[in-house]
Design a protein around this ligand. Structure first.
Ligand code: BGC
Length: 706
């Protein structure tokens, strides 16, 4: 009796060769392609109705259901409305990145995977790994920051966790989708070295180290060719250079003409049949401009991934039960680890509960605290609360917490002046920061005014930032006593900031971005059109965009010049010797850490690095030990140093732990556009263990031989 029959499931004969798990995957995929009719194969190339890969009932292939993420499972109905299913809303990618905690991200990936399985979702549209290039990008909040190594490590953890549950991941958006305004026409003009060193590594990492099932294209053209038509991107780089064996899904509606999409390398067009619609494919097959071999290759890649994850064929493991309490703990842990304390004048924080009885909380966002930015990545939160509720709960019984949206009355000003502490919430709600449009670098004028007035009235003023990236902090920072970057925290929203302020845990988040002192210092300042971005601030998804501006001619675009090249984020600040306001990797703690006994053994093309980390303060806390490497006299322009390792280590007061890293030739390499390959030059390399990109604690130089 077959396995399916034993489980009481109606299924085809498992003796069909593609069903036999004992056979090699590639043979099974071939066999499945051979079993499909031409019509069935063409049907598999386009999604819908609803977010699915179509079912093939004749062969008992189920519809493969997909859902947005990556910050949790976003359940929608067939009609595209939010479903009333309770799933966990995890903190923004930026908050997760600030934790620098790969095992945590892997657990979150697994938790999302379990929720997918429990809700019949087989493909989760994430992780999102585009690099933070400009603070204005509306989708920064769902990404993992400015550093390709950090983004790659986190994305690998996320993908391994998710796919271990039998759920396919789809890394997005490939490639160079780093701003949102007029995103269907913004042509990212990026040289090959910059793509390979900055914008590709996180994608390559999930392909090569996590065996990711799927890659999603980006809406934008890249170097003059739309990503979904881009054969260099999807075939030469992704498949040939990196060995990707999964399937490529088009970003929603970002396909244009049939032949370029077929040749370019998209396997699955979403969300509905347009370029790959059956009549159009048939016509091209008939004309000989497209071949059945090309169609088969696409179907084979989809089939292979679905067979590999057990979505097709017998033996789909039973969905593990979702333990809501565990997921709740995970959200809170991630939210705590993601908070970054940026300023703490004269140790105002942590607040003493006995002494902090009158609290004033200010700002609209304190009462309506956004749990995510807007767009696809926003996953409804069921446990989120306001910052006012958060602080009231943390302050404890007897504390008087007053909230004002503005300081527009004598009472409000008096309360503010008399308070033991004032907390101002500032940042952007989901209507301003989110997908399909960009947001300003400056906070809204009313918020700046509120911060200024509050800090004039009361020197014990703390600002809590609720936004997915950097904002213009310099104009109002000086009089403010303390500053916390709280990002968006999903279901953790409204539960952890008060705990941080009152010292229930030690802050340990570190910035996954550099925050510029002024926009004039920013690496992409000359290559980002602030005026156009502000003019086009309306949120327009493709169907609405086309309704307003007409169908897009795929050759009609405007350039976004990535003229800063590889010098993104701290790579720029370090190379130009400009001090950012807050550097990449920075974050304060309530305890202190000492670094000592750095040893580096450099033999047989392997560099072993170890250092002692000691908690030299009085509180238990975690440090993020960062490892930076830089060529001392490079033959081509290179960043002075680049992140090549990190470890989040929690220690009790007085405790010491030895922390080790290993580097190889690849970690010293740069991409050589002449040979179109990676190259490690012989020479000296400075290796630093650091508390931030600007706080190098111990440095040694090693020689890498020829
Ligand atoms: C977004 C994707 C998302 C898809 C489905 C697109 O517009 O760019 O990230 O997965 O919509 O919602």
């Amino acid at each position: 009796m077959t396995l399916a029959a034993l489980c009481g499931v109606a299924a085809p004969d498992v003796t069909a060769p593609w069903e036999d798990p004992a056979r090699p995957l590639s043979e099974r995929a071939d066999a499945l392609v051979a079993a499909l009719t031409r019509d069935e194969k063409i049907a598999l190339l386009t999604g819908g109705p609803g977010p699915v890969i179509k079912a093939i009932p004749r062969l008992h292939l189920p519809a493969v259901r997909m859902s947005d993420g990556p910050l949790g499972l976003k359940m929608k109905t067939e009609a595209g409305q939010l479903a009333s299913v309770r799933t966990t809303s995890f903190p923004a990618g930026m908050a997760l990145a600030a934790s620098f905690d790969v095992p945590l991200i892997q657990e979150i990936g697994a938790a999302i995977g379990r929720e997918c399985r429990a809700n019949g979702v087989d493909l989760l549209l994430g992780p999102s790994v585009n690099i933070y290039r400009v603070p204005q990008c509306g989708r920064n909040y769902e990404y993992f920051g400015e550093d390709p190594y950090l983004a790659g490590e986190l994305a690998v953890g996320y993908t391994l966790g998710l796919q271990a549950q039998g759920v396919m991941a789809s890394v997005k958006h490939f490639a160079a989708n780093n701003q949102e305004y007029d995103r269907y026409r913004g042509n990212s003009v990026v040289d090959e070295r910059t793509l390979q060193e900055i914008y590709f590594p996180a994608f390559r990492a999930v392909v090569q180290r996590a065996g990711i099932a799927s890659v999603m294209t980006a809406h934008n053209p890249l170097n003059g060719i739309h990503c979904s038509d881009n054969g260099w991107l999807l075939t030469d780089v992704l498949r040939q250079q990196w060995g990707f064996e999964g399937f490529v899904v088009s970003d929603w509606y970002s396909t244009y003409e049939t032949v370029p999409v077929v040749k370019g390398g998209v396997d699955l067009e979403m969300p509905i049949a347009r370029a790959l619609a059956a009549p159009r494919i048939e016509a091209e097959l008939h004309a000989g401009t497209v071949t059945e071999v090309e169609i088969d290759a696409k179907v084979r890649r989809i089939a292979r991934a679905c067979l590999q994850l057990g979505i097709y064929g017998p033996g789909r493991s039973t969905a593990a039960p979702v333990d809501a309490a565990t997921h709740r703990q995970l959200v809170l842990r991630a939210a705590r680890e993601g908070l970054v304390l940026l300023k703490n004048r004269a140790h105002l924080l942590p607040l003493d509960r006995q002494q902090t009885r009158r609290i004033v909380v200010l700002g609209e966002l304190a009462a309506q605290t956004p749990y995510h930015g807007g767009g696809a990545a926003s996953v409804p939160a069921h446990e989120s609360r306001s910052l006012v509720a958060d602080i009231s709960a943390a302050a404890g019984a007897g504390a008087q917490v007053r909230h004002f949206t503005a300081l527009d009355s004598a009472d409000a000003s008096q309360q503010c002046a008399d308070a033991d502490v004032v907390v101002v919430a500032a940042g952007f709600p989901a209507a301003i920061e989110g997908e399909a449009h960009d947001r300003p670098f400056d906070l809204l004028p009313a918020q700046v005014e509120l911060i200024r007035r509050a800090s004039t009235l009361n020197p014990r003023t703390v600002v809590v930032l609720v936004t997915g990236g950097g904002v213009n902090i310099s104009p109002w920072l000086e009089p403010v006593a303390a500053l916390v970057h709280a990002w968006y925290l999903g279901d953790g929203c409204g539960h952890v900031v008060g705990e941080l302020l009152f010292g229930d845990f030690c802050p340990s988040g570190r910035l996954p971005i550099s925050i510029e002192r002024t926009w004039a210092d920013a690496p992409a300042r000359a290559n980002y059109d602030t005026m156009r971005s502000e003019q086009l601030a309306e949120r327009l998804f493709k169907p609405a965009y086309e309704a307003k501006y007409g169908k897009i001619d795929p050759r009609d675009f405007f350039p976004i010049n990535y003229a800063e090249g590889i010098f993104v984020g701290y790579r720029h600040y370090d190379a130009k010797d400009i001090a950012p306001l807050f550097p990449f990797g920075f974050g304060l703690s309530y305890t202190t850490f000492g670094y000592s006994n750095l040893t580096i053994a450099n033999r047989d093309r392997q560099i072993d690095i170890s250092v002692d980390l000691t908690n030299t303060g009085a509180r238990t806390g975690a440090e993020v030990v960062q490892l930076y490497v830089g060529a001392v006299q490079p033959r081509v322009p290179r960043p002075p140093r680049e992140l090549k390792g990190f470890a989040r280590i929690e220690l009790q007061p007085g405790q010491t732990r030895r922390v080790s890293f290993m580097l190889g030739a690849d970690d010293l390499a740069f991409f050589d556009p002449k040979s179109h390959g990676w190259r490690t030059d012989a020479g000296d390399y400075a290796i630093s263990v650091a508390a931030s990109s600007r706080d190098l604690r111990l440095t040694r130089t090693i020689h890498w031989p020829q």
